[in-house]
Design a binder for this molecule. Structure first.
Ligand code: PLP
Length: 463
């Protein structure tokens, strides 16, 4: 999708789907008006995109003949509309806190649609999960004991997964090595209020190969547990499916060529999310399903032959293209003979890669408030938030703007739905939290905004 806005940056233009592309291409005044009304930054959501992302994954699973349980990893974004979209599309929800659980329940989820795979569950969270009979992934022997302590006598049997720590993540604090899984199994064997439903893992990194390796380790434990009389029905591979933010070739060229001088810090960050990866989430899943198990069967055939459901909790991949973040330029300040800082209204705590010592390697799109001057000069600048902290930057990279931005222009970060827009947002300097709104079409087919709330004005994609 080509956008006729001004493209700053370093050749890392975001890939856009039509919904955002069309809005950015022809609706500058409307965007300016929305920011005037709702403040900067404003986060805009397209809940339908989550449903398309789900459909793409489901089609691969169906094609592979794999029974599956897809849960949207709600931690990826605070938007209730995205939760609601996942539920409307028949997906479950992976809840990581009591509060995510309560939101999912308010939106109509029942326990059978919920799984809790996070590691740090409080007693109150355990209790609510038990009350609605949600599936619980147990992270440790210690968590299993805590869970047993709060199980009501005579209540329904509580289904649990055990979280495996595969050998390729031996240093992770999450999950359990094989020996601890065995201890949990013998504890469950003595506890009639618990049922072992299968194994779960979630790995850092984004390779399908590491998941295939973990699946092979899980398969051995599934066999072992069946030999001991358990009846596991699921292997759950967590999340980590990739998003393609920018063109693969442009990305590789950029990463290969970038130098310390390209950053105001004089340092290239040590690691980046693979913004221009070679696989879409659906292709990634297809590769995984075709990977060989130890006995040569494909993962898909193994799961089908063994009567196992593939559980998954994609977060980022389901939020692909579901949101953008729009910042208003506050001021452009010279900081050297050929260097500027562009202050935006709003802090970088919500667009957060720089807070992890990394960088969002996706260029912002400039939407000018007024027609640009004919003889505009390019400038080189980095982007800073409005707080008093030197580290409050949206980009440490020097970005080249073919036309210098001016106060009142907008800088749009596309595809911020996956952890980029609200993970670290806060009210520093008492600035209000950024607004989050859903973009829908009005009766004339024009884009308009509705609140992204649970309750009275819930976003259905089409009013
Ligand atoms: C246990 C677990 N499952 C799923 C996810 C979602 O991962 P992603 O957003 O990369 O798909 C996470 C993210 O941290 C996680 O910790």
């Amino acid at each position: 999708m080509t956008v006729h806005c001004h493209k700053p940056g370093a050749g890392l233009s975001p890939i856009l789907r039509p919904s955002t592309g069309e809005l950015l291409a022809g609706n500058g005044p409307l965007l300016i008006d929305w920011v005037a009304r709702h403040g900067s930054p404003v986060n805009l959501i397209w809940p339908d995109e989550l449903q398309s992302n789900l459909a793409a994954l489901r089609s691969v699973l169906r094609e592979g003949g794999v029974a599956h349980a897809l849960y949207y990893g709600a931690k990826v974004n605070k938007s209730p509309a995205l939760l609601a979209a996942a539920l409307r599309a028949g997906a479950g929800i992976d809840v990581s806190s009591l509060y995510e659980l309560q939101d999912a329940r308010r939106l109509g989820a029942d326990g059978t649609q919920l799984v809790a795979t996070g590691p740090a569950k409080t007693a109150a969270f355990h209790n609510e999960l038990i009350n609605c009979n949600a599936l619980i992934s147990v992270d440790s022997l210690e968590e299993l004991e805590d869970l047993i302590r709060v199980l009501p006598a005579g209540g329904p049997v509580q289904a649990v997964l055990l979280r495996l720590r595969p050998t390729n993540q031996a240093r992770s604090r999450f999950g359990m090595p094989v020996a601890a899984i065995r201890l949990c199994l013998s504890r469950i064997a003595d506890e009639s209020r618990l049922r072992f439903d299968g194994l779960h893992f979630h790995l850092s990194g984004y390779s399908w190969e590491s998941r295939a390796q973990a699946l092979r380790e899980a398969a051995d434990l599934i066999d072992e547990s069946r030999a001991e009389g358990f009846a596991p029905r699921m292997i759950d591979i967590g999340g980590g499916l990739p998003i393609q933010y920018v063109d693969q070739r442009a990305y590789q060229a950029h990463v290969g060529e970038q130098m310390p001088e390209d950053y105001r810090t004089g340092k290239v960050p040590a690691s980046f999310y693979p913004y221009g990866g070679e696989l879409s989430a659906a292709e990634w899943l297809r590769c995984l399903l075709r990977a060989p198990m130890a006995d040569g069967r494909t993962v898909a055939n193994y799961l089908a032959d063994e009567g196992l459901v593939l559980g998954m909790e994609p977060g980022r991949a389901l939020a692909d293209q579901a949101a953008i973040s729009v910042f208003r330029v506050l001021r452009v300040k010279a900081v050297g003979p050929d260097a500027h800082v562009i202050f935006v209204e709003g802090s970088s705590f919500s667009a957060c890669e720089t807070w992890f010592g990394s960088e969002f390697l996706v260029d912002p799109i400039l939407v000018p408030a007024m027609s640009p001057p004919v003889a505009a000069k390019p400038i080189r600048a980095y982007l800073a938030g409005h707080s008093c902290l030197d580290e409050d930057v949206l980009s440490n990279r020097w970005l080249t703007f073919p036309i210098a931005p001016r106060a009142g222009d907008l800088l749009v970060y596309a595809n911020t739905g996956g952890y980029q827009m609200d993970l670290l947002e806060n009210e520093f300097h008492r600035h209000p939290m950024p607004s989050r709104l859903c973009v829908v079409q009005d009766a004339k087919g024009q884009p308009t905004l509705v609140p992204d709330t649970i309750g009275e004005a819930q976003c259905s994609a089409r009013p």
